[in-house]
Structures are given as structure tokens and as C-alpha cells.
Design a protein around this ligand. Structure first.
Ligand SMILES: [Zn+2]
Length: 296
């Protein structure tokens, strides 16, 4: 039987899935700890261990090629990892080392691309040929899927709208630039803005809950809606996607699907915006499903 194997490499857990070619119901799923505190070589061996265990537990022979989702990206010109928040991966030839250790080919993509690919093939944007998947969580990332394929790009930064400049001369960002989309639209950014306004610490959930009763919460949400429209319109004007899927904690803010859409409409270069902006459907499974879809 031909199967699709995906591995989602996270900072604390490594998850694996075996998918059939013709259905979206997994044949097998397994999870082990990454133990990233033991360093890079150990992480590679843990991936090997997970594949061994999946093979044993499922009775399905490993394929010649697997998909791997990572917290950062592979620099296409060198095969070395970059932008990983599991920092011991940075500068390491992860795809090459998996090939060496496991003897199988690897197709690698960052977690935002895996999220977008999963939602575009199995989830909220199933059937659409031009999809933008957004993760707005502690950071802001994105992935482009065209005709069922994730677009990595020349430099491995395809879809990375999170570090477009949104507020000229805004706050400094870790990336070295200022006023990035991520600083404004991430959960972290929203909580920080609220704190600056009110002098009080509230979680994103509490800010959303208190929108009607707390003027600072209202100001935080109004700012989110305004800048979300402004930032996403740049993506829409360039990619003109059929569907945009909003993942991550900020994707749970319901107002984005009503007022957020209206705000985007104001900035898009067209009299009517037909791009659908929708919540995701696959939940926590998107990362690992997307990794498997890389080898479809
Ligand atoms: Zn930045």
C-alpha cells in the first residue's frame, strides 16, 4: 500500500502520521518527546526512533520519502536550517542528516507552510487552488499553496508576511526592522498594546471578552481590525487568493471574520472583495497532516 508519512518537529514534541493516498483519515499517529535540551544530534536520532516505532506499531513499511514540518526553514541555497525557535537546529543540515541517518529522502517545510497545505488539501480551503494560510499566534507567519503545492520560494521565505513593515518607524522587531506586522497582529503584540494603554495585564481571551466594557480592550480590538485589513490587503493584492485561513490564537477572534473582512475590503484594490477569510478546521492536526501532504 502506498502511504504518505509526515513528521511534525516541534520544540517539545515530535509527532508522526501515516496517511492513506486517497482519504483524510490517518492510518496511524504517534508522538514522542523531542528532548531538544540534549542538542541537535539527539533530535535527529529521536526522529529516527519515531519512524522505527511507527513502522513497528503500524506494520506499514516506511516509504522512500517523508515530509517534515519544522519550526523554521531550510535555506534552499545551502540546505542549512534558519529562523528556528528551537535554536540548536539553526545552521544545521537537517534534511541531509535525516537522509544520512534514516536512508530516506526528505521534503521539508516550515510549520506555517504545513498549516496552509493541510488546510488547503484537507481542511477549510479544500478544493481551492490558490490559498493563503496565516498563523497569528505568539508570532505571525504565513504559507502560500498553489494547486496543492506549498510555495517555499527562492529564499525559503514564501508567504512570510509577518515581517512586512506595517507601521513606519514603529517599534523595533527582533528581525532588525521596525513596525513589523508580527509586532501589531500577534497575540503577544496585542497583549503588549493593551498593557501600554491600560497599565493592566490581560490575556487575549480576556481582552476579547471585555471589548464592550473596557475602553482599552475596545481600542486594542479596533486597532487589530484596522491593521489586519491593511496588512492582509497587501497579500490579497499580490496573490489574489480564493481563500485565506486564519490559524493561531488570534485566529479565534470572531470579529476578524466580520469587521476584519470589511477592513480588508477597504484596502484591497478592487470594488468588491470575493476572497473568503475563514477559520481553520484541522486544529492541532494541521502541522502533521501538512507535513504528510508535502510528499503527495
Ligand atoms: Zn520583524
Amino acid at each position: 500500500m502506498q502511504t504518505l508519512w509526515g513528521i511534525d518537529l516541534g520544540g517539545t514534541k515530535i509527532e508522526g502520521v501515516i496517511m492513506p493516498m486517497d482519504s483524510d483519515v490517518p492510518l496511524h499517529r504517534m508522538r514522542i518527546d523531542t528532548e531538544s535540551f540534549n542538542g541537535y544530534d539527539h533530535i535527529v536520532s529521536r526522529i529516527g526512533l519515531l519512524i522505527d516505532q511507527m513502522e513497528q506499531a503500524s506494520g506499514i513499511q516506511r516509504p522512500s520519502r517523508i515530509g517534515v514540518g519544522t519550526p523554521g526553514a531550510e535555506e534552499p541555497s545551502t540546505g542549512l536550517m534558519k529562523n528556528c525557535n528551537t535554536t540548536c537546529l539553526n545552521g544545521q543540515p537537517l534534511p541531509g542528516d535525516i537522509r544520512k541517518v534514516l536512508g530516506i529522502e526528505v521534503k521539508l517545510a516550515n510549520d506555517a507552510n504545513c498549516f496552509a497545505l493541510a488546510e488547503a488539501t484537507l481542511g477549510a480551503a479544500k478544493g481551492a487552488s490558490n490559498v493563503f494560510g496565516v498563523i497569528m499566534g505568539t508570532g505571525v507567519g504565513g504559507g502560500i499553496v498553489i494547486d496543492g503545492k506549498a510555495l517555499n520560494g527562492l529564499q525559503g521565505i514564501g508567504g512570510e508576511w509577518g515581517h512586512n513593515e506595517l507601521i513606519p518607524d514603529g517599534e523595533p522587531c527582533y528581525c532588525g526592522k521596525r513596525g513589523c506586522v508580527e509586532l501589531v497582529l500577534s497575540g503577544t503584540g496585542l497583549q503588549k498594546f493593551y498593557l501600554g494603554k491600560s497599565g493592566q495585564q490581560k490575556t487575549l481571551k480576556e481582552i476579547v471578552r471585555d471589548t464592550e466594557t473596557d475602553i482599552h480592550a475596545k481600542a486594542t480590538m479596533d486597532r487589530l481590525i484596522h491593521y489586519f485589513g491593511k496588512a492582509i490587503s497587501v497579500v490579497i493584492n499580490i496573490l489574489d487568493p480564493e481563500v485565506i485561513v486564519l490559524g493561531g490564537g488570534v485566529g479565534n477572534v470572531q470579529a476578524l471574520y466580520t469587521e476584519g473582512v470589511k477592513s480588508a475590503e477597504k484596502f484591497v484594490f478592487n470594488t468588491k472583495m470575493r476572497t473568503k477569510i475563514v477559520p481553520p478546521q484541522l486544529g492541532d492536526s494541521a502541522g502533521v497532516f501538512g507535513a504528510a501532504m508535502l510528499v503527495r
